[in-house]
Write a protein that binds this ligand. Structure first.
Ligand code: KG4
Ligand code: ZN
Length: 343
């Protein structure tokens, strides 16, 4: 069975074709992505209306590109999956509308997928796929959650951020330092030239005894340091501050993830979402996991940030297990604030 996946929840248009059988891990046949970073850069962040319009321009050419790369004709598509939420309403509507129109034209079912479930399952497309159950650390621009994952669709929330997400902490700190958008990769690049010990930054809720996170105070501390450094701040000081910020975020993420392992007694971790691309996070988590004989799985770097492959994959894994039904009526709505699990 071939599943076409369409992702359009934010600033990336992603399309992919995934093949699945009755059992076994589905395989990625082809994927294509268009990032809107260049377009939004001038505004220092995502402009929702521009995002929607760009998705409209990109989604069909990307679909043609994916089918050509897979050597498959459109009539080989058995199910069309799309991101139903969470995300920007207008952007989601583009993907949902196109997916449902394609489904109707082809006479095949469609399936709305939760964006975070896509992230969560994305390591299954890596060369080293995980096995259930595992602890998932979901770290994206809008979410920071620790979950116990027993199977597809069986998620238990262990902890989450009470204010900013980890990616937001990277992005907002980067903005305060005058770095580009998206801030996470820019801050991480600058951090390579800095010493994290030069600035002492808070690690909120580190010893709270819960698995919840808080990153808003960190951003305030970065703002205070930037104000103290003044407008003539040198690149080296900025690099030290970037390194300290990254280290504070990583310390909290790693500590809480280890706490989740202890609380659940599980021996396997999956890290997913854009911040999962962070090299320092991977390095520190790998080192701690080696000490504890715990396996840690990541998506391929190209599948850490938003993409269509994870959406097709999540639909495929649900279909394989009979979790959730594809629909044949092509009436659709989107869910911009759709929780994957609630506390
Ligand atoms: O999962 P994602 O692509 O989109 C959302 O669903 O939010 O995550 C985007 C987030 C942004 O905040 C971005 O700055 C962050 O992931 N990010 C990184 C890195 N690459 C992306 N943060 C830290 N280090 C990175 N290398
Ligand atoms: Zn995402």
């Amino acid at each position: 069975m071939n599943i076409l996946g369409v992702e359009s929840s934010c600033d990336e248009t992603g399309v992919a074709l995934v093949e699945c059988h009755a059992s076994g891990v589905p395989t990625l046949r082809a994927q294509a992505l268009h990032s809107q970073i260049d377009m939004h850069q001038a505004y220092g962040g995502v402009v929702p209306e521009l995002a929607s319009r760009d998705h409209i321009r990109r989604v069909l050419p990307l679909t043609r590109q994916v089918l050509a790369a897979a050597g498959a004709s459109i009539d080989k598509v058995d199910v069309v999956a799309f991101t139903r939420g969470p995300g920007l309403a207008g952007a989601l509507l583009v993907g949902a509308g196109v997916a449902c129109a394609l489904g109707a034209a082809l006479g095949v079912p469609v399936m709305g997928v939760h964006h975070l479930e896509g992230h969560l399952l994305s390591p299954f497309l890596s060369a080293d796929p995980p096995e259930f159950p595992f602890v998932a650390l979901l770290v994206s621009g809008g979410h920071t959650q620790l979950m116990r994952v027993d199977e597809v669709g069986s998620y238990e929330l262990l902890g989450e951020t009470i204010d900013d997400a980890a990616g937001e902490a990277f992005d907002k700190s980067a903005k305060l330092m005058g770095l580009g958008y998206p801030g996470g990769p820019a801050l991480a690049r600058l951090a390579e030239f800095g010493d994290p010990a030069v600035f002492d930054l808070p690690r909120p809720l580190l010893h709270s005894g819960t698995l919840d996170f808080s990153f808003a105070g960190l951003k305030t501390a970065v703002r205070t340091h930037m104000l103290k450094l003044g407008s003539n701040v040198c690149e080296q000081d900025k690099a030290h501050l970037a390194a300290a910020t990254q280290q504070a975020i990583v310390d909290v993420l790693v500590r809480k993830t280890l706490g989740a392992l202890k609380a659940t007694g599980l021996k396997r971790i999956v890290v997913a979402g854009g911040v999962g691309a962070n090299a320092r996070l991977r390095e520190q988590l790998n080192a701690e996991c080696t000490k504890r004989q715990t396996r840690v799985h990541y998506p391929e770097l190209a599948l850490c940030t938003d993409n269509g492959a994870m959406i097709a994959l999540a639909a495929a894994m649900r279909l394989q297990r009979g979790v959730g039904q594809p629909q044949n009526d092509y009436a659709f709505n989107v869910l911009p604030r759709w929780p994957l699990v609630t506390a």
